[in-house]
Each structure stands twice: as structure tokens, then as C-alpha cells.
Design a protein around this ligand. Structure first.
Ligand SMILES: *[C@@H]1O[C@H](CO)[C@@H](O)[C@H](O)[C@H]1NC(C)=O
Ligand SMILES: *[C@@H]1O[C@H](CO)[C@@H](O)[C@H](O)[C@H]1NC(C)=O
Ligand SMILES: *[C@@H]1O[C@H](CO)[C@@H](O)[C@H](O)[C@H]1NC(C)=O
Ligand SMILES: *[C@@H]1O[C@H](CO)[C@@H](O)[C@H](O)[C@H]1NC(C)=O
Length: 487
């Protein structure tokens, strides 16, 4: 009798295991089916509108990126994990490097910093080149964006100074303005994967820390020549990025601000027929970012940012300090609220003295893409643009143009709230609109908001790559993919 109970218990156990197995298999199949539906839905949305090849000008800066495994690099340099992760505006020595790397690594936040110690930086690059798996690639915001737009068939003018090897990787459809350099500036990309460990620190998501000791790009070298060419090129769109190279660059503020003033003067006289997009980046110097907002962003129609950069610019626009790290997996509702806030602050800039109201905001996050446009503005096809941006995010990080649903996962839920604050009755047409259920067959959700500042918003889920090859340059690639259908 005793043994009978044991036997009965054992068979129940086996039964439970079998049920659990089939349940798990069923759950996996449901998940795979959702992934496949979302993928084909995004691909359909991407194909829906044809690319109208336009003229686009992109500035500033170029460099050659060396990609390394961040932790392996610290190991060969005998730089051990610090007791504490501490933020540094710039890097002077190995101790500060260790503290800074740990700071961003433990939160999985993207960042870019200046290394003031040239010999330390050279030693790092030198050590990086000794790794068998290190890679060189064309870098800098402008060249990455220009190349993406060139691949899409656009006629592109790129303002950048670079060496001949970097130049040779630029497609023919991109015309480079800027004197050649004997050697491009080098930026070091220290990549890490999800759950990598360094001492007591663990990374919650794949990302990278970029370091540089750039002596050319902080001064927007060659800007005059480029801006002259823009006037005769008459592009439909001018894209401005790379201004973060000025961040914490050790010079008198006067020189950098004078360069920004020159750019500002140009933007003030640029005809309305050229739309202007500003690509945000990693900034820590509040006085510099304030200057950029006043002299550049006020003259732009569109802004691109990731989940770190959006709260940062929003804080500074509101007269507050910079944010060093924000949630790296924010909820849709949180991001949309930040976008609405920024739009309400910059969307009604008076159109005097060449200033432009902000009419488009594109935010790229790991889990989703969100695009906000003013309904009566020139920006079109937001749904296809959000789909293309979401697909590009996967293609870039997985390093493959053909998306394999088995190398993807969805982080975004099947439904999302459109705002974290209780939406007032008059704000939305009906109560049911405060939560949106994602239709897997038509995964990009778009809607209009009749608030004080009317907006058209589209949100697309990202098929997050599970076999990450590359994170650096992703934002630029995704942001320019988002612009392709909108002009
Ligand atoms: C790191 O330490 C090892 C062992 O102590 C030594 O052989 C090597 O030269 C050091 N590397 C550097 C870059 O200092
Ligand atoms: C620069 O870095 C080197 C290590 O590469 C270090 O020995 C030196 O002290 C640093 N210089 C300064 C001024 O901190
Ligand atoms: C802004 O934040 C930085 C970094 O946290 C800090 O060093 C700086 O003192 C702050 N500035 C102001 C004006 O509060
Ligand atoms: C951008 O992403 C595409 C995939 O769509 C990839 O082929 C390309 O290499 C990426 N470009 C850069 C400059 O990283």
C-alpha cells in the first residue's frame, strides 16, 4: 500500500511534467506565431509606400570606429573593476575609466565620453587592435546616416573630414564635402552583451560605451565649406548630428559657442523648403546643451533621440540639469508623455527670425519606435516610417538584412497605455482610446490626439535581436531609416 502511493505519486509527477512540457511547447508556438505575424505586418507596412529619392544633406563629423569587447579590453589593460561605479564627465586616468565604464555598464545605458589622457587612449586602441575579433568601421553620426540614406537611393551631401580608407566605404550616391585627413579620428567602441559580468557588476542589456580623443570634430571643421554647398544643393532635408563631440572638450567655451553661433546664423537664413532634423546624442555639459537648444534646436523641424537622450533634452529645455542615466527599458506611456511635453514646449516656437516650431519627434528605444508629427506639417507616412525604423533596429543589431523570427523577441506587451497621467475627458475622443491593443497583423498603432497641441502618433514594436552583433551606430541608422518615408 505504501509503495502504491509512491507509484501513484510518481506517475502523477510524470503526468504533470508531460502537461507542463506540452503547455510550454504550446506557449512557445503561440509566441513564435505572434513574432511571425508582427514581422510580416511590419514588412508589409515598410513596403506600402515607395521611396521617393530626394536630396538630403548631412553633417557633421566622421571617424573610424574600432569595435571591441569592452570587458576583454579592460582585462588586457589590467584595469580591474572598481569598488564603486562613479560617473565621470571625462576620463583622465585608468581609475576614472573603470568607474565610468562600470557606471554605464551596470545600467546598460549608451554613452559617449572624451578621454583627456591621450596616452591612455592610444594604449586602449593599440590593445584593441591586438584582438583577433576587433573590427573597424566607418563611424560618426553623419557618415552612418549618410550611408543609410545613400543605400536607400537618396542623393546625399555629407559634410565630414576623413581619411582615405573611411572615404572608400562611402557609396557613390554620397558626395563628401570636406578636405581629406591623413588619418581619420578614431573612436573606441566598448561593447557588452546582456548579463555580461565585470567584478560585482552585471549589464541588464547589450550596449556600448564610446570613447574618443577627437581633436578635429569638436570644432565642426569644414562647416563653412559644407554649408556653402548646401545652399546650391537645395536639399529637401538637412540633418544635423555630431555636436556631442564638443561635450567636455577642454577649450574655452567661447570657441565652441562661436562655432554654434555660425551654424545658427546659417539655419536662420535657410529657406523653408529645406526641412531640418537634429539628432540628439549623449551630453553631460548643461551649458553646452542649453546653447545647442537655443542656437540649433530652435531652428529645427524634427528631432531624433533614444530613451536616454529624450529625458535629457526635456530636462534642459525646462531649465533643469542634465540626466546622466534614465530607465533603459521605459514604458510606452512614459516615453509618449515625455514626447508630448517636449512637443508642447518646442512645438509652438514663433516662426520669426528663421525659428521653426518642432513638428516631428522620433524616439527609438530597445522595445519600440515612436513617431509624433504635427498633423498639418510636411511629414508624411508615419506608419511606414515607424515600421521601417523598427525593422532597421533589428537588422542593424543582428547584422542581417533578412530577419529571422527565431533570433527575435518582443519586449513590448500586447497592449499599452498611451499616457501615465489620467487623461482628461476632453483630451481623447473616447475612453477606450487610453489603452491601445496591438493588432499583430497590423502591428504599427497610429492615432490622432486632439489636445491643445494636436498630434499624430505612431508606435511600432521592435523585434529585438537576441544574437546581438552591433549596437553602436544603431540610433543613427534607425533614425535615418525613419526619415526615408517622411519627406
Ligand atoms: C598586465 O599584467 C600582466 C601580468 O602581471 C603583465 O604581464 C602585462 O604586461 C600587463 N599588461 C599591461 C598592459 O600592463
Ligand atoms: C594617463 O594614463 C596613464 C596610463 O595609460 C597613467 O599612467 C597616467 O598617470 C595618466 N595621466 C594622468 C595625467 O592622469
Ligand atoms: C548637474 O549635474 C552634474 C552631474 O550630476 C553635477 O556635477 C552638477 O553640479 C549639476 N549642476 C547643477 C547646476 O546642479
Ligand atoms: C545599418 O543597418 C543595415 C541593416 O539595415 C546594415 O546593413 C548597415 O551595415 C548598417 N549601417 C551601419 C553604418 O552600421
Amino acid at each position: 500500500m505504501f509503495s502504491g502511493t509512491v507509484k501513484g505519486g510518481a506517475s502523477l509527477c510524470v503526468f504533470v511534467l508531460i502537461v507542463a512540457y506540452f503547455y510550454q511547447r504550446h506557449a512557445d508556438e503561440v509566441l513564435q506565431e505572434r513574432l511571425r505575424d508582427v514581422l510580416s505586418g511590419l514588412l508589409r507596412a515598410e513596403k506600402k509606400v515607395p521611396v521617393e529619392a530626394k536630396r538630403v544633406a548631412v553633417g557633421f563629423g566622421a571617424c573610424e570606429d574600432i569595435f571591441t569587447n569592452g570587458i576583454a579590453l579592460l582585462d588586457v589593460l589590467n584595469i580591474t573593476s572598481p569598488k564603486e561605479a562613479v560617473h565621470q564627465n571625462l576620463v583622465n586616468n585608468p581609475e576614472e575609466l573603470a568607474q565610468l565604464f562600470a557606471f554605464f555598464f551596470q545600467s546598460g545605458a549608451a554613452a559617449e565620453r572624451y578621454v583627456a589622457n591621450a596616452s591612455l587612449f592610444e594604449a586602449m586602441v593599440e590593445a584593441g587592435t591586438k584582438f583577433k575579433d576587433h573590427q573597424w568601421a566607418l563611424g560618426g553620426n553623419a557618415p552612418v546616416m549618410a550611408r543609410r540614406l545613400g543605400i536607400e537611393g537618396f542623393n546625399v551631401l555629407l559634410g565630414a573630414r576623413m581619411g582615405s580608407s573611411a572615404r572608400s566605404t562611402i557609396p557613390d550616391s554620397v558626395k563628401v564635402v570636406g578636405k581629406s585627413l591623413s588619418r581619420s579620428d578614431v573612436h573606441l567602441i566598448m561593447e557588452y552583451k546582456t548579463n555580461d559580468r565585470w567584478g560585482q557588476f552585471t549589464s541588464p542589456r547589450a550596449n556600448r560605451l564610446i570613447l574618443h580623443n577627437d581633436q578635429v570634430n569638436p570644432f565642426l571643421d569644414g562647416m563653412e565649406e559644407f554649408l556653402d554647398k548646401v545652399l546650391t544643393f537645395k536639399p529637401s532635408l538637412l540633418v544635423i548630428g555630431g555636436l556631442q563631440m564638443m561635450d567636455n572638450f577642454p577649450d574655452e567655451k567661447g570657441i565652441r559657442f562661436a562655432r554654434l553661433e555660425k551654424l545658427s546664423k546659417f539655419l536662420q537664413t535657410l529657406p523653408r523648403s529645406t526641412l531640418v532634423h537634429f539628432e540628439m546624442a549623449s551630453f553631460t555639459e548643461v551649458s553646452l546643451l542649453t546653447e545647442i537648444i537655443q542656437r540649433v534646436v530652435f531652428y529645427c523641424d524634427s528631432l531624433g533621440a533614444n530613451e536616454q537622450e529624450l529625458p535629457n533634452i526635456l530636462q534642459v529645455v525646462q531649465g533643469k540639469n542634465v540626466t546622466l542615466v534614465s530607465d533603459q527599458k521605459p514604458r510606452v506611456a512614459t516615453v509618449l508623455d515625455q514626447m508630448r511635453k517636449l512637443y508642447s514646449l518646442l512645438g509652438n516656437t514663433p516662426e520669426t527670425d528663421g525659428m521653426r516650431p518642432l513638428t516631428r519627434i522620433h524616439v527609438h528605444t530597445l522595445a519600440f519606435q515612436a513617431i509624433l508629427t504635427r498633423p498639418d506639417s510636411a511629414w508624411k507616412n508615419s506608419m511606414s516610417a515607424a515600421a521601417k525604423a523598427a525593422l532597421t533596429a533589428h537588422r542593424h543589431t543582428c547584422g542581417e538584412d533578412d530577419i529571422d523570427a527565431t533570433k527575435a523577441r518582443l519586449i513590448m506587451d500586447g497592449s499599452f497605455a498611451v499616457s501615465t497621467v489620467e487623461i482628461e475627458a476632453e483630451a481623447t475622443a473616447s475612453k477606450s482610446q487610453s489603452r491601445i491593443f496591438v493588432n499583430n497583423q497590423r502591428p504599427v498603432s497610429c492615432w490622432d490626439e486632439e489636445r491643445k497641441h494636436p498630434a499624430h502618433i505612431c508606435v511600432a514594436p521592435v523585434l529585438v535581436c537576441t544574437k546581438v552583433l552591433k549596437t553602436a551606430g544603431g540610433g543613427d541608422n534607425v533614425s535615418s531609416a525613419g526619415l526615408v518615408f517622411q519627406i
